[in-house]
Design a protein around this ligand. Structure first.
Ligand SMILES: C[S@@+](CC[C@H](N)C(=O)[O-])C[C@H]1O[C@@H](n2cnc3c(N)ncnc32)[C@H](O)[C@@H]1O
Length: 195
């Protein structure tokens, strides 16, 4: 999957500030999920420099709004510029600075078509719980980094991040609330439709 100049710029700026943006393959999967669900309202946790945001916006409806959350105002300053350079009007994004678990309770129940989580793994459990509340029935949750750099399948790997990722995958797979599939793109995207 090739990326245009805007995405290559956002990716290079991510690298400069020490962030790992979604891979082009994961980005394409996010665009597909947004387009398949005709997404109008999307929540993203982990704005970064806007790579995943641009992919999501490109799959959403033309009148869709991306609500994107990050605790680093500097990352969001870059992302805001990238969204503009990608041709999205300011009204297409709602950029909220803050900790995900403090911002998410302010968002409306059942009002979102897709929730994408790309922040620290330790918050995954709470983000899955929040997504269950935020999504409409048929809405999609997508969690990035679910192969944990290949460690997920290694039973000897018991570091805190790998254990959290493993437990999150298990909880979503076993829950009656979700129809899940682990997509082997990038660092692994766990996608799940809310029943
Ligand atoms: C991997 S980067 C996101 C990359 C972005 N999704 C992309 O593909 O361009 C993770 C981001 O999550 C933010 N972050 C980490 N913990 C967070 C939290 N608890 N709440 C909100 N943002 C958080 C970081 O500041 C960072 O910008």
């Amino acid at each position: 999957m090739t990326e245009d100049l805007v995405l290559r710029t956002a990716r290079s700026l991510a690298h400069e500030v020490g962030l790992e943006a979604v891979t082009p393959g994961a980005g394409a999967a996010l665009r597909l999920l947004a387009a398949a669900g005709n997404a109008r309202a999307v929540v993203e946790i982990g704005t970064g420099t806007g790579v995943s945001g641009v992919w999501l916006l490109r799959g959403m409806r033309a009148d869709g709004v991306l609500t994107t959350i990050d605790l680093e105002v500097e990352h969001q300053r870059i992302a805001r510029r990238i969204f503009t350079e990608a041709g999205f009007a300011a009204g297409r994004t709602r950029i909220i600075t803050g900790r995900a678990l403090e911002v998410l309770p302010r968002l409306a129940d059942g009002a979102y078509d897709l929730v994408f989580v790309d922040a620290e793994a330790t918050g995954f459990h709470a983000c899955v719980e929040a997504a269950l509340r935020l999504l409409r029935p048929g809405g999609v949750l997508a969690l990035n980094g679910m192969l944990a750099g290949g460690r997920i399948a290694d039973p000897a790997a018991r570091d805190a991040e790998t254990v959290t990722v493993r437990e999150t995958v298990k909880a979503v797979r076993e829950s009656e609330h979700w129809i899940p599939a682990l997509l082997p793109v990038g660092h692994g995207v766990l996608a799940a439709v809310k029943c």
